[in-house]
Each structure stands twice: as C-alpha cells, then as structure tokens.
Design a protein around this ligand. Structure first.
Ligand code: G3D
Ligand code: MG
Length: 188
C-alpha cells in the first residue's frame, strides 16, 4: 500500500476537513459562522487574530479557521494555509467601493502553492441589504470565470436571515469529500 493510500484511508476514517474563512474585514465571516452554529449574532466584534470553530456537518468534522481580514492582518493569512481543504471567501455585497481590493486579494491568494487543490466557495453575503450586488454581479466584479486553478462556486447569502448558508456549506463539503475520499484515482 502506497503512502498516499495510507494518508487517504486515515483521513477517510477521521472524516475531517480544514476550512479557511477569508475575505476583507467586515464581510461577515464571523457572523456567518455564529449563525451556522446557532449563536447570538447581535454582538460580533472585529476579529483581531483568529477563531477556530469545530463542528460536525453531515458526517464530517469541520475545523473552520476564521481569520481577521483587516489590511494589516492580511500578511498573516499565509500562516494558516497548510493542509487547507477549502477556502470560503466571504464578500460584503454592499461594499462596492472595495470590490477591486477584494478581487485583487482573492486572486493573489489563489496563486499560493499551499492552497492549490483547495475548493473555493465564494459567499456573496449581506443580500438582505437593499442595493447589494447580486451573485452574478459579484462573480463579474471578482472575475470568478477567470479562475481555472480551483473548483469554485458562488452563493448569494445572508448571515442575518440565514439564506443559503447551509447550501453553501453543503457544496463545499461535497466538493472536498469528492476530491479527498471518493476520487477514482487509484494510488495503491
Ligand atoms: P468579519 O468577521 O468578516 O470581519 P463580521 O465581519 O462578522 O464582524 O461582520 C461585520 C458587520 O457586518 C457586523 O456589523 C455584522 O453584524 C454585519 N453583517 C454580517 N453579515 C451580515 C448580513 O448578512 N447582513 C447584514 N445586514 N449585516 C451583516 P456591525 O454593525 O457589528 O459592524
Ligand atoms: Mg471577524
């Protein structure tokens, strides 16, 4: 049995996934995670370091890293890249002014070797706000169709109403599971 087969089998047994929540500050990363966990979302403070949340979704244990997105903190993102199975890139759909910054940060991130192979879920958050950009508009603004290096998907969502949060998580978990556990490649 080859080493890759052993690693694959052990991960299959653990059914663990490591997911990084990234995006500009104020996008709603922490609020989304709280909402998914059924926590009170009325008092969310800016994330200065990182939070880790571990919970079971479907039959998988998700280790989710929620990392602060302020400009001064972004250079530290790279400390979290190792062994990442998926990136959830959260966007404030009402923040038209910073869409370009958002696109540049995302595309820079995808150049990282250690993130190659990671699934990419883009959450177009804050859809409950009047005048926010639609998922199609965000897709264009971030040039998502230009991404050929990663499997990606965009979902419009709202941390306040809960719209599509579970659907988004389902997609990303399925995509990772497919790659890690059900890929037809035979390494033995
Ligand atoms: P971050 O972790 O990405 O930095 P936060 O973002 O989760 O701290 O959220 C930043 C602000 O956006 C918070 O407001 C939060 O309530 C708000 N927010 C997050 N998601 C949504 C959403 O889907 N809809 C709306 N309307 N607001 C949202 P405050 O006022 O505390 O700064
Ligand atoms: Mg935060």
């Amino acid at each position: 049995m080859g080493l890759l087969t052993i690693i694959r089998k052990s991960r299959q047994k653990e059914r663990e996934m490591r997911i990084l929540f990234l995006g500009l500050d104020n996008a709603g990363k922490t609020t989304i995670l709280k909402k998914i966990n059924g926590e009170d979302i009325s008092s969310v403070s800016p994330t200065l370091g990182f939070n880790i949340k571990t919970f079971i979704h479907r039959k998988y244990t998700l280790n989710i890293w929620d990392v602060g997105g302020q400009r001064t903190l972004r250079p530290y993102w790279r400390n979290y890249f190792e062994q990442t199975d998926a990136i959830v890139w959260v966007v404030d759909s009402g923040d038209r002014m910073r869409m370009r910054d958002c696109r540049e940060e995302l595309h820079n991130l995808l150049l990282e070797d250690r993130l190659s192979g990671a699934s990419l879920l883009v959450l177009a958050n804050k859809q409950d706000i009047n005048g926010s950009l639609s998922d199609l508009e965000i897709s264009e603004a971030l040039d998502l169709p230009g991404i050929k290096s990663h499997n990606w998907k965009i979902w419009p969502c709202s941390a306040v109403t809960g719209l599509n949060l579970i659907q988004g998580l389902d997609w990303v978990v399925e995509d990772v599971a497919h790659r890690l556990y059900y890929s037809s490649t035979n390494y033995s």
